[in-house]
Design a protein around this ligand. Structure first.
Ligand code: FAD
Length: 316
């Protein structure tokens, strides 16, 4: 039997790479107001305002300047500069102490795909962002992109951690390799965000069935919670959130030795409930003009998100 939601998901992930569809959607006059649910705005000030509002309700934040897959050095430098400006503005607003607001960086946005020295350039840009984070008293987490970049991203992580041991990484439960990567990274001082994974990946490297991804997520969580590192449980899935809490209790973890993470605009009541009960909840805030790929991945994850977008287009 054909699984309609799986077909929709694959289609939307395919469209997330289409420049033609991107240009139509970006130019639609109503898109911006609908996107606001997931992306608070284009400017640094919009991200700082959203982080301040979340801080006022006890939530931590990690902020992503939107952009990915750049093949243009000037663009990669501009992204680095946007992060430097963001960290300085967050610090000025008093939001960075103790890592309350940190940043999330996609290496492909700071040069990883540039021909020739891409990985080296991305490493240098990420290093400058880490230096600014250190000055501001906060941390950096490297987002994880499609599987062709996993080794390169983990290599950059290892190099950055020599100077900045607090740099975090993201591991994706849908990849077959991830349980082993969790074992490698479950050591003292290591910050690991575990998510299901958001890209279109082939069967050769990734579980395809939702149940298999969920089972892998639980196996990975067990490794991280039993280890000595700092697990960051990035999921909106109520079952996984509950299992994470039970595993943390089983291993006698204090509330400040792990955290939950969710995306801006998704399950906000649950975010507040978790923060209110005394656990750490960090919200991932994307901002900037390059929201197309991000939005398409959110729509692929959940038909309700697609309906929200289409309804917005129809009623505006
Ligand atoms: P899903 O399988 O999407 O949803 C499971 C259940 O959660 C649903 O059945 C429903 O009960 C509930 N739920 C989900 N969405 C909603 C909603 N809108 N409203 C109400 N209930 C809902 N992916 C990467 O590949 N690389 C990254 O670096 C990365 N970073 C991330 C950082 C954070 C903080 C988060 C939260 C996610 C990140 N992701 C990343 C995305 C991630 O991989 C998933 O694609 C995304 O989180 C959806 O998976 P899920 O675990 O929430 O579960």
């Amino acid at each position: 039997m054909v699984d309609a939601s799986a077909v929709l998901r694959q289609g939307l992930l395919q469209l997330s790479k289409s420049d033609q569809v991107r240009s139509v959607i970006e130019k639609a006059p109503v898109s911006r107001s609908v996107v606001k649910r997931f992306v608070p705005g284009d400017a640094t000030a919009d991200a700082v305002r959203a982080a301040g509002e979340l801080a006022a309700t006890g939530r931590l934040t990690t902020i992503d300047y939107l952009g990915e897959d750049t093949l243009d050095l000037a663009q990669a430098q501009a992204t680095r500069d946007a992060y430097l400006a963001l960290l300085s503005a967050l610090s000025d607003a008093g939001l960075t102490q103790g890592g309350r607001s940190e940043v999330s960086v996609k290496l492909s946005a700071v040069g990883q795909y540039l021909p020739g020295d891409g990985e080296k350039i991305a490493l240098e840009h990420a290093r400058e962002i880490c230096e600014a984070a250190a000055r501001a008293g906060t941390t950096v987490t490297l987002d994880m992109e499609d599987h062709t970049t996993t080794d390169s991203t983990l290599q950059v992580l290892r190099e950055l951690r020599q100077d900045f041991p607090w740099v975090g990484a993201v591991l994706q439960a849908y990849l077959h390799r991830t349980e082993a990567d969790c074992r490698d990274l479950a050591a003292a001082g290591s910050r690991v965000r575990l998510c299901k994974g958001a890209y279109k990946e082939p069967e050769s490297v990734a579980f395809q069935a939702k149940e298999d991804v969920d089972r892998s997520y639980v196996r990975c969580l067990k490794v991280l919670m039993a280890g000595e590192g700092y697990p960051m449980v990035a999921s909106h899935d109520p079952r996984l959130v509950e299992i994470a809490g039970a595993l943390a209790a089983k291993h006698g973890r204090a509330a400040d030795s792990f955290e939950y993470q969710m995306l801006y605009g998704i399950r906000p009541e649950e975010q507040r409930r978790i923060a209110d009960r005394g656990d750490q909840m960090r919200v991932y805030i994307p901002y900037g003009e390059e929201w197309y790929g991000y939005l398409m991945r959110r729509m692929a994850e959940r038909p309700a998100n697609t309906m929200f977008f289409l309804r917005g287009l129809a009623t505006k």
